[in-house]
Design a protein around this ligand. Structure first.
Ligand SMILES: *Cc1c(COP(=O)(O)O)cnc(C)c1O
Length: 356
């Protein structure tokens, strides 16, 4: 009889599934979710809107009205197209698959978003990680040298970066884009609602740049919708490897409805930016805590002992992310998602159990 060990890829057998801890009963500050629900009246209207959706039909593969609305609401520049994904995670997978020629490589600064490496590996692409500087800014010379050496197919730049929160310097990025003239540079703007700076207006100005966005961090992580903005010449090719009905009718209908009420989500993001400032000040005031500047809805914090801090917070029913084993530059670092004022107050109280 066949066993999985006979036919599953060796590297897949050796993997573990993406860990998502059960957060029932915890204050969940580990995954950069927006803590706020929709206002009840708006949620009720959304319910009516979704009730009218024809669930018996396959979704439109390229829903024109929704794409036009995304272009208008998000300010996609003229001459750029939009490709939808079941979250931007799926867009990363599509880009990887489409570029997976023998010997092709993917390059990204490290520490960075884990899915760039994971997706490259699954598509049999070689991943090249280039360490950031100790302050988590880009080591531009190292990036340029690695691009010259490896001639990667894809270069990822998260703007701002996860898990560090760093806003990379625009001039550094310009130099990398210019040097990567045999690569596609994917600028990942998952945290744009909290950064308020964007490369989107310039998405059409380069032949080798596309900009990736998602509604996840804006407050809609549950609907799974990401989008890629760039020249049609690129998006047409990525569209060929898109699973045929990748965004479902409920996602499309919810996004279509909520883009007409984007001011609600924008106001929540504004509130979280204020909370981020307050939380950063409060954490920085704790003995032994070093808070790094963040343009995301999270803070990277170095503490004397990340494991002890993580475990103590767990006993206080607060779930955060211990990123200290992800990369040597992250030694004793934890990542705290910015929550509501009440959640942040409980987080600070729990942190004081360790840092005093
Ligand atoms: C959260 C995150 C994403 C993934 O977003 P989804 O649209 O939810 O798949 C992409 N890039 C970065 C840097 C992220 O932190």
């Amino acid at each position: 009889m066949t066993t999985p060990q006979d036919i599953i890829r060796r590297d897949v057998l050796a993997m573990t599934s993406y860990p998502v801890p059960d957060a029932t009963g915890y204050i969940k500050l580990d995954a950069m979710e927006n803590p706020f629900l929709l206002p009840p009246a708006l949620a009720a209207k959304l319910g009516e809107h979704l009730a009218a959706v024809a669930l018996n039909r396959y979704p439109a593969p390229r829903p024109e009205a929704l794409i036009d609305k995304i272009k208008r609401v998000m300010g996609v520049p003229a001459g750029c197209d939009v490709l939808l994904g079941n979250g931007s995670d799926e867009i990363i997978a599509m880009v990887s698959i489409a570029c997976a020629q023998p010997g092709a490589k993917v390059l990204a600064p490290m520490p960075g978003f884990v899915m760039y490496q994971m997706s490259a590996k699954l598509a049999n692409l070689e991943f090249v990680g280039v360490p950031l500087n100790a302050d988590f800014t880009l080591d531009t010379e190292a990036m340029l040298a690695a691009i010259a050496e490896h001639q990667p197919a894809i270069v990822y730049l998260a703007y701002p970066n996860n898990p560090t929160g760093t806003m990379f310097d625009d001039a550094d990025m310009e130099r990398i884009i210019a040097a990567a003239n045999k690569s596609l540079v994917v600028i990942d703007e998952a945290y744009q609602p909290f950064a308020q700076q964007s490369w989107l207006p310039r998405a059409g100005a380069y032949d080798n740049v596309v900009v990736m966005r998602t509604v996840s961090k804006l407050g809609l992580a549950g609907i799974r919708l990401g989008y890629l903005v760039g020249k049609a010449a690129w998006l047409t090719e990525f569209d060929k490897v898109r699973p045929p009905y990748n965004t479902n009718v409920l996602t499309q209908a919810a996004a279509d409805f909520l883009l007409d009420h984007i001011e609600v989500l924008d106001a929540q993001a504004a509130l979280l930016r204020e909370e981020r400032t307050k939380l950063a000040q409060a954490v920085a005031a704790l003995p032994g805590a070093e808070v790094f500047p963040s343009a995301g809805n999270f803070l990277l914090v170095r503490v004397p002992d990340a494991s002890v801090l993580f475990e103590t917070l767990l006993t206080a029913r607060v779930l955060i992310k211990n990123v200290s084993k992800m990369h040597p530059l992250l030694a004793n670092c934890v990542r705290l998602t910015v929550g509501s004022a009440e959640e942040n107050a409980q987080l600070i109280a729990a942190l004081k159990l360790v840092l005093h």
